[in-house]
Design a protein around this ligand. Structure first.
Ligand SMILES: *[C@@H]1O[C@H](CO)[C@@H](O)[C@H](O)[C@H]1NC(C)=O
Ligand SMILES: *[C@@H]1O[C@H](CO)[C@@H](O)[C@H](O)[C@H]1NC(C)=O
Ligand SMILES: *[C@@H]1O[C@H](CO)[C@@H](O)[C@H](O)[C@H]1NC(C)=O
Ligand SMILES: *[C@@H]1O[C@H](CO)[C@@H](O)[C@H](O)[C@H]1NC(C)=O
Ligand SMILES: *[C@@H]1O[C@H](CO)[C@@H](O)[C@H](O)[C@H]1NC(C)=O
Length: 345
């Protein structure tokens, strides 16, 4: 819904215009505003810039019939920091009104922090992009306890909890595969409930409600932090020094590819390399035609559910050998312990 009401502001009553040059606004757009990517084509879709032109608001479309995409871009590095699909009705660019906006939108303002605001007649903010993060967080932007960054497909999330920031994989029931407090680069300062996560020039922090750092991860100083959840589940912290058009990587979490859920296929053993990972079948397993590995002696794999029910099948277990573990086990609590288990040969 956020996207549609945003567009309501941008295109209160907008009709495709094939001619005429478009103005790129600075800081704020007041009153009704019409735009189409046709007007702004030669300007790369940019229709609004923050005062120092650090950030720009861009309208783009991959093809004439495809939905429009509205983005906020860090101009020096062309980095998209906020992106929303905008669905248009028919040929006319007329969008639906967001039911929860308290009043009519009078202005659109883009701050030098990268925050985009929808303002009412008294210049009060009714909506701001910093309160609705997608996959990216910027310096001075807060991610509150309970909120998350998420990949476009929703398969990975970075969630802020009462006591930590964790990476979750939704395909396996929100399986945890990293947490800030367990990362050796982080330091826990004291024990208090976490109110929000934020980054600044000196690092990444989990703050208490009194704005005291509960957990901190100090990074080399930089002018702007871009904290992004990538498509493969990696959480990357990038820095802009202000010198050129490059975002330098300051941190990647988890460090190794083998700590990501999908670095290898099913049953493959993952070995982290300097770049990426090496995937091989364990001893007594062979590559399966459908990908992944299968027992080399021709036995069939049973689904995990068969291991806990009393089926009529004979089930046996294969040892993967010492030193082989499952990446997420370090974050899982034991279901049971202290019992005697019998592994069939
Ligand atoms: C903006 O557009 C709306 C809807 O068409 C119209 O009612 C309103 O008078 C316009 N405002 C200005 C300032 O042109
Ligand atoms: C709102 O902000 C704009 C731009 O800074 C200014 O021109 C206008 O006077 C302000 N309006 C009110 C009601 O404060
Ligand atoms: C970032 O926040 C931490 C924790 O509050 C603080 O100690 C540090 O001085 C801040 N850095 C900058 C550059 O503001
Ligand atoms: C920018 O580049 C100059 C020369 O390469 C260097 O001395 C300076 O430290 C750089 N500034 C920052 C903020 O990285
Ligand atoms: C499996 O069967 C045994 C004996 O029939 C029974 O004691 C046990 O509770 C069953 N376990 C499960 C998980 O159903």
């Amino acid at each position: 819904m956020a996207s549609s009401f945003l567009f309501h502001l941008l295109l209160v009553v907008a009709v495709i215009r094939l001619a005429g040059s478009a103005t790129v606004y600075s800081d704020v757009i007041l009153g009704n505003f019409s735009a189409s990517s046709v007007n702004y084509l030669e300007k790369g879709g940019v229709f609004l810039e923050s005062i120092s032109a650090t950030f720009s608001a861009v309208l783009s479309s991959a093809a004439p019939q495809s939905p429009f995409v509205f983005s906020v871009v860090h101009s020096p590095t062309s980095t998209v920091v906020c992106r929303r699909a905008v669905h248009l009705l028919q040929q006319r660019f007329r969008a639906m009104v967001h039911p929860r906006l308290p009043g009519p939108v009078v202005a659109l303002r883009l701050l030098d922090s990268g925050n985009l605001l929808l303002l009412d007649a008294a210049n009060n903010s009714m909506w701001q992009s910093f309160e609705h993060p997608t996959d990216t967080l910027l310096s001075s932007q807060r991610l509150p306890n309970g909120a998350s960054l998420s990949t476009p497909a929703g398969d990975y999330r970075l969630l802020v909890t009462d006591s930590d920031a964790v990476l979750l994989w939704s395909a396996a029931g929100d399986q945890q595969f990293w947490r800030l407090s367990s990362d050796p680069r982080s330091v826990t300062d004291f024990s208090a409930p976490v109110a929000y996560m934020a980054g600044n020039d000196s690092g990444l922090y989990l703050f208490s409600a009194e704005d005291k750092a509960v957990i901190e991860l100090v990074l080399p100083p930089t002018k702007l932090r871009v904290m992004r959840l990538d498509l493969d589940g990696h959480f990357r912290i990038l820095g802009y020094s202000g010198n050129n058009s490059v975002l330098a990587q300051s941190l990647v979490a988890p460090v190794g590819y083998c700590d990501l859920p999908l670095s290898c296929d099913e049953l493959e053993v993952c070995i982290t390399q300097t770049q990426g990972a090496n995937c091989n079948c364990p001893k007594s397993f062979a590559a399966a035609s459908s990908g992944g590995c299968t027992p080399a002696d021709g036995s069939a794999l049973v689904p995990p559910s068969s291991c806990v029910t009393n089926g009529s099948q004979e089930i046996s277990y294969r040892s993967l050998g010492s030193g082989t573990g499952y990446f997420a086990n370090k974050f899982a609590n034991l279901a049971t312990s202290g019992g005697v288990f019998l592994l069939l040969p």
